[in-house]
Design a protein around this ligand. Sequence first.
Ligand code: EPZ
Length: 417
Amino acid sequence: MDKLVIQGGRRLCGEVSISGAKNAAVAIIPAAILADDVCIIENLPYIEDVISLVDTLNQMGVKSEFVDKNTLRIDSRNIQNFCATYEATRNIRASYYLLGALLGRFGQAEVSMPGGCNFGTRPIDQHIKGFEALGAEVTVEHGMVRATGHLTGTQIYLDVVSVGATINIMLAAVLAEGVTVIENAAKEPHIVDTANFLNSMGAKVKGAGTDVIRVVGVPKLHGSSYMIIPDQIEAGTYMVAAAITGGDVVVRNIIPKHMESMTAKLIEMHVDITEEDDAIRVCASRPLQAVNLKTQVYPGFPTDLQPQMTVLLSTAKGTSILTENVWENRFQYIDELKRLGANIQVEGRIAIIEGAERLTGAEVSSTDLRAGAALILGGLVAQGQTVINNVRFIDRGYEDIEYKLSALGADICRIKA
Ligand code: EPZ
């Protein structure tokens, strides 16, 4: 398994360009199956989750090829089967979007139950509730989810504000007969992006980005050429990289509105922020101030930036209280952070973070995608050398991370397994 080796203590300066949004990409690629036509998707991040999904589509007979590193051509006119096996999907959580797309287009789908994650169970009961409300029969056995049936529009109230369920029900509903209303829907930017992609194929989805989404079913969808939005979580990660190293970085190719909760929190920590149309400049010239933080569904502070903020707060002056309100157990990486000298007490969903004098380099292992990113941020500021194992988790969601950080002045290199 590849490792990353970092010599800490370098201030990051310069400009970094943000890639396309992973959590939009993993929804929009399966959504292309809904069109009996060719789709071109641009600004895709070249990351493991996208590569795995493309391999899965090709195994199903959905001809998917990279026009270039960040552009995909998907042709689902000769799809052979409606089954995504465990082998094909075990590395990507978001394979469950294939359920909504296949069920929506063909009235049948068989997809492996998504694998676990390192921060608690990842249920899909709300996804299944939505499919059954639309008229599908869903069974879960032998690790496979099977859904079949002719879909009819209906009213669905989500018991939990779920990004995945909101998107998956949208995918199933666009070709259903009649109108579907999803209430208590999630509002993340990648939900809006997926709805915009569906509408570019001729779907009729309104209200994405609010908590009520209305889908008027149409008989068929045509192909489309679509550019996905920048990744708000990658952008937030680099904003923290600038702050934690006392640097001065322009994070470019972003939508500043998507970053508002992170921007506000960094300003509270005495970081200087300057906004442009498609960029945010992060300049940390003063000592960082401890703050309290609660993760929430969008537009609240994103849970996917919680590990990155935890390591930043480990270097701020004072005590910070961080509450994780979305996932029941998303602090498992903190033991690894403690190896870098972080002083953190975890009580259930609350982390009490004492700003440490300094972090010191150590050998650590990433437990999941965003925790891995947090360890890199710790290594950037820790005194001495930090070695990060299990880099494959990080490669799932961050394109060219060591190149982007090196270009900003970090001393980081990858040791190939
Ligand atoms: C998406 O996961 C993201 N993944 C996650 O990002 C992110 O942490 C999460 O949304 C929250 O923003 C992708 O988009 C591929 P949820 P998802 O359904 O859709 C409960 C990353 O690092 N729930 O919004 O699986 C669930 O237990 C990943 O990019 C149910 O109870 O998250 C959780 O407590 C990590 N039943 C809460 O809802 C369900 O059927 C939010 O989950 C579904 C979810």
